[in-house]
Design a protein around this ligand. Structure first.
Ligand code: NAP
Length: 518
């Protein structure tokens, strides 16, 4: 663990990384922290908050870029460790290093661009009748120390220096990370890179800490620590909802931004099936099996009208899956949950195909099932996320049946439409429903692969997330850790520069309702 820049040994249970491809535990051992470590990290974060939030946007941008540089500097050590701890291919992990440093640099650009300040000025109208108007100015300020739960399935991009940490640090919030047990070595290497950047940039040591511990134990203590003012989480529905409940039960409740569970429906329209069913079947399998299906955007549900086009899609998918090798999953626990989820689906739906059974101990043997719309709507099981390469195809009688499935869906991160031009009227009828269900709507693509940019939404209604108004990927993720403050008749000398007279920061500001840089 690292608390306020200092390496600290835990006192609790021993944990080790596990190499799921080789089936062996890794050296060295790490130890869980206890309540005293949570207290120390959170108190240091609270102490750091005043000085850290007083830094300029430029200073925080340079800090984030230094973290990115430091991560790149340890790439040679980091990549093999993350490969060993995750069982994910080297190319995927190498790509994740780029994504992680890219996210940090994106938030540096966001800070310099400045619109995150939300600067607004309603100038005084002393002569307004019947009552004069005061001078009112608004800007965003950081919430305070943020607890981040590293995700298992992105050991870099959604973990210690992942999107939650980058966006919270950008906002001006110190961060205390609970590392995921699946990759303690990777977590420690990245934490050292962040701590070195904190020191090099002359920031308070408590700006960043990394803790290890059990979710229900140390994780809950972290979320209920009075110094913590918001939480970022990626993981299971049960873990996320437990943390939301713990945060809501605090004497001072705080927001939890939990990204949890999504089965990412893919709608295949008749025209698309009539022109490219076999290609769609093969491309679907590529998306389904990527990374052993351990993506929050894995396509776990396919909906189409029954007929020869769907038969051809299924035949191509069956051919592509039947020889697909069983591939390592991140942890033994995730492999066990996957097997349980597949068994539950098998009890209710028809098996289309399973992949090859040959693989390491904790592996994913891909599974594809089919069912009909009435059975899906009535089932309490068929809509549950099975984390891994598992998907369910719903054979619908017609487009009305398809619409009834869409209406019955829980909240999703994504909804995909495979539609040719001839399908546009049917797709247009479905779009308003899908907007109410999902954070991202895709045409003629596959949901795996989330671009990090200014327009991305990686969010959606519950259970996809605990707060559908935000995104955990992309520039707008910073908004989760900010809140607006209005300054009424505050003397110019005392105003923050973002809303001071003369626009010293050169920001775009909304003055009397109009965006201006003057
Ligand atoms: P997880 O079990 O939810 O664990 C994520 C983090 O939350 C861990 O640090 C965990 O600590 C903690 N946690 C879990 N339950 C908790 C509780 N009741 N109270 C406090 N903290 C708790 O997720 P995971 O380890 O990644 O397990 C994989 C499962 O998560 C998959 O089966 C899948 O369903 C889901 N998942 C979903 C996504 C997504 O984006 N939709 C991504 C990854 C995983 P411990 O390690 O001590 O439990």
């Amino acid at each position: 663990m690292i608390i306020a820049g200092q390496p600290v040994s835990g006192t609790g249970d021993e944990i080790r990384g596990y190499d799921p491809a080789a089936g062996v535990d890794l050296e060295p051992a790490y130890r869980y922290g206890d309540d005293s470590h949570v207290d120390a990290a959170c108190a240091a974060a609270a102490e750091a908050f005043g000085a850290y939030r007083a830094t300029t946007a430029e200073q925080r941008a340079v800090f984030l870029e230094t973290v990115a540089d430091n991560i790149e500097a340890v790439r040679e050590t980091l990549v093999p460790r993350a490969v060993a701890e995750s069982g994910l291919p080297q190319a995927r992990i190498a790509g994740e290093v780029g994504r992680t440093t890219g996210q940090l640099r994106l938030f540096a650009a966001v800070l310099r661009e400045g619109s995150w300040n939300g600067a607004r000025i309603d100038p005084a109208q002393p002569d307004r009748t019947p009552a004069p108007r005061a001078d009112i100015r608004q800007r965003e300020i950081p919430l305070g120390p943020v607890a981040v739960f590293g995700a298992s399935n992105f050991p870099l991009a959604f973990s210690v220096a992942g999107g939650d940490t980058a966006s919270a640090l950008a906002a001006g919030c110190p961060v205390v990370v609970k590392g995921h047990d699946a990759h303690p070595g990777t977590s420690e290497l990245v934490a050292r890179a962040i701590a070195a950047a904190v020191s090099a940039c002359g920031l308070p040591a408590g700006t960043f800490s990394l803790l290890f511990g059990s979710g229900p134990g140390l994780g809950t203590a972290l979320v209920t620590d009075p110094h913590i003012k918001a939480v970022g989480f990626t993981g299971s529905r049960s873990g996320g909802t437990a943390l939301v409940a713990a945060a809501a039960a605090r004497p001072e409740p705080i927001p939890v931004y939990a990204e949890m569970s999504s089965i990412n429906p893919v709608f295949l329209f008749d025209g698309a099936l009539s022109t490219r069913a076999a290609d769609l079947g093969r491309a679907f399998v590529a998306s389904l099996t990527m990374g052993s299906g351990q993506f929050c955007t894995n396509p776990g549900l396919v909906i189409a009208v029954d007929g020869p086009g769907l038969d051809e899609f299924l035949a191509a998918a069956r051919d592509a899956l039947v020889d697909a090798p069983a591939t390592p999953m991140l942890t033994r626990g995730i492999a066990q949950s996957y097997a349980k989820g597949v068994d539950a689906l098998a009890a209710e739906a028809d098996l289309v195909v399973r992949g090859s059974a040959d693989g390491p101990e904790a592996s994913c043997r891909a599974a594809l099932f089919s069912t009909d719309a009435a059975s899906f709507r009535a089932s309490g099981v068929q809509q549950a996320e099975v984390f891994g390469s598992s998907s369910l195809v719903i054979r619908c009688a017609d487009y009305a049946d398809m619409a009834s499935v869409a209406a019955a869906l829980e909240g999703q991160l994504t909804a995909t439409l495979q539609a040719d031009e001839i399908d546009h009227p049917a797709a247009a009828a479905l779009l308003p429903v899908l907007e109410t269900k999902a954070g991202r709507i895709l045409f003629n693509g596959w949901p795996t692969g989330v671009e990090v940019g200014y327009a991305m939404v990686h969010g959606g209604p519950y259970p996809a997330t605990s707060d559908s108004r935000t995104t955990s990927v992309g520039a707008r993720a910073i908004e989760r850790f900010l809140r607006p403050v209005a300054y009424q008749d505050v003397p110019n000398a005392l105003l923050p520069s973002a809303v001071a007279d003369g626009n010293p920061d050169g920001l775009w500001r909304r003055v009397d309702g109009q965006l201006t840089r003057n």
